[in-house]
Design a protein around this ligand. Structure first.
Ligand code: BES
Ligand code: MN
Ligand code: ZN
Length: 510
């Protein structure tokens, strides 16, 4: 069900003139003195002629700008493409993220072209890998439900050629392999998020998880708990939230347990395949994007698969908490009390605060296995968008993990910002009838939600498991126009951060 376009990726070091691609992309930077050609592979004569005509062509070099020109006599490529890389300063190399975005934007906008060679300034292996990642993220479209070719988006680019002087370096091959793995993981996450809720519900999500793990079946084990098992074992959060839907909930446990693992990492993902709000019904406009509410589960699944494919020596278990939140005669009511997995009771004051209920089950189950670190990912609160907007995700929790996640995000080029969980907020979740209520102080709602989750993080030998919570409510889903390598709708955000976090765990432990 989760079909993903996987472009062919190759690397060349020289003879750009002879690269048999339909399009050759070169970078244009913005300076105070106007647009400049950044590190052109063209002949000096062609380069200076082009540089001189940039302002006349209306080229500024701003990010996301793409200009198509006819091919030059010296080039095999039929088309020369000028891609904006944003502001540049003489002598200062572009950041990896600027390269990723420029490559992604160009490849995205060149959909319909078969083969694209990217001659952006990628001097090092890391730069070349960033260009490759961006290009793979840009070569994405979701067309599963299109029947009319006329209105469907053009086919994504099928063949990507990276031009880099680092082509012969030994580290290049594994770096390209890593880019390929990240490309697949991010794009598969997007496709899961983009699936309409008519097609993706807990049961079909569980089978999609099995399908996606199939190529790695020697390393990755998938266990699906159905509603009977969940009921029997007391997963009251999932059962309670799923009660209003005709599609019963699932818990999916995905395990990667390599030999000689250096650490044990647990991931928990919010997998609400559609969030109507339940009886605390959302207004129509707020419901329109709520197929994205399983984004956290899609992220932890694909991050685990990428970590397994990379063969990192880290044991990872991902818990996908899958339910559909619907209003009906069988739905949970505001005022109901549920017993979450492990026995703690929650008063459900607002059925739209459902994410924390299914996550409570997941956090307790994950804690039982005594991981070294526990990280959860969720499109948890609208308050995240009020606090940080649509581009910046929040990371909260125990300081050490929180800061390590932030560092991993910075290294991957994803925007995360650390937020506190003040002790003071916990009191607003006090319930008059149960151990805790699912709804508290409205202001700072993102932190209140995190403070609820923290209650369900377990202890090992009396010490709380180091835990971080990633709220990706806004950044998981792009309601606006595409930009950089980011398409409309599902973005796949947080996959790269989790993979980088696992890599950092390995490199810290050697
Ligand atoms: N799934 C939503 C949060 C959300 C909102 C994600 C917008 C992505 C975009 C979540 O279940 C929710 O409804 N949260 C409520 C909590 C409130 C009732 C305490 C919210 O944020 O309004
Ligand atoms: Mn909700
Ligand atoms: Zn939700």
């Amino acid at each position: 069900m989760v079909k993903t376009n996987e472009p062919n990726l190759s690397v060349v070091s020289r003879d750009v003139q002879k690269v048999p691609a339909q399009a050759l992309v070169v970078g244009i930077g913005q300076t105070s003195g106007g647009p400049v050609l950044v590190e052109s592979p063209l002949s000096p004569k062609a380069a200076s002629a082009l540089a001189a005509s940039l302002p006349l062509l209306g080229v500024t070099g701003a990010a996301d700008e793409v200009h198509r020109l006819p091919g030059l006599p010296e080039l095999e490529a039929q088309m020369l493409v000028l891609a904006g890389v944003g502001k540049v300063t003489a002598g200062v190399p572009l950041s990896e993220e600027a390269l990723r975005r420029a490559a992604g934007s160009a490849v995205r906008q060149l959909a319909g072209t078969e083969s694209v060679a990217l001659a952006l300034p990628a001097a090092t292996v890391a730069d070349a890998a960033a260009v490759a990642e961006g290009a793979l993220f840009g070569a994405y479209s979701y067309t599963e439900h299109r029947t009319d070719k006329g209105t469907a988006p053009k086919e994504p680019v099928r063949s990507i050629i990276i031009v880099t002087p680092a082509a012969e370096e030994k580290a290049l091959k594994p770096a390209m392999e890593r880019a390929r793995i990240l490309g697949r993981a991010v794009n598969a996450t997007r496709t899961l998020v983009n699936q309409p809720p008519s097609h993706l519900y807990p049961e079909t999500f569980a089978s999609a998880a099995k399908d996606l793990a199939k190529p790695l079946s020697a390393k990755v084990k998938v266990t699906v708990m159905d509603e009977k098992k969940l009921e029997r074992d007391g997963f009251g959060g999932l059962i309670g939230v799923g009660k209003g839907s005709s599609r019963p909930p699932r818990m999916v446990k995905v395990e990667y347990a390599p030999q000689r693992a250096k650490a044990k990492l647990a991931l928990v993902g919010k997998g609400i395949t559609f969030d109507s709000g339940g009886l605390s019904l959302k207004p129509a406009a707020g419901m329109q994007t709520m197929k994205c509410d399983m984004g956290g589960a899609a992220v932890v699944l694909n991050a685990l698969l990428a970590i397994a494919e990379l063969g990192l020596p880290v044991k990872v278990t991902a818990w996908l908490c899958l339910a559909e939140n619907m209003p009906s005669g069988t739905a949970q009511r505001p005022g109901d009390v549920m017993t979450t997995y492990g026995g703690r009771t929650v008063e459900v004051l607002n059925t739209d605060a459902e994410g924390r209920l299914v996550m409570a089950d997941g956090l307790v189950a994950a804690s039982e296995e005594a991981p070294d670190v526990l990280i959860d990912v969720a499109t948890l609160t609208g308050a995240q968008m009020i606090a940080l907007g649509n581009r910046v995700s929040a990371v909260m929790g125990e300081e050490g993990v929180r800061d390590a996640v932030k560092a991993a995000a910075d290294r991957s080029g994803e925007l995360f910002w650390p937020m506190p969980i003040p002790e003071e907020l916990r009191a607003s979740l006090d319930s008059s009838v149960a151990d805790i209520a699912n709804h508290g102080e409205r202001f700072g709602g993102m932190m209140t939600a995190a403070s609820f989750l923290r209650e369900f993080v377990g202890e090992v030998d009396g010490v709380k498991i180091p835990w971080a919570h990633l709220d990706i409510a806004g950044p998981a889903f792009n309601e606006g126009s595409p930009y950089g390598y980011t398409p409309k709708e599902g973005t796949g955000v947080a996959v790269r951060t989790l993979v980088a976090y696992a890599e950092d765990v390995v490199s810290r432990s050697v």
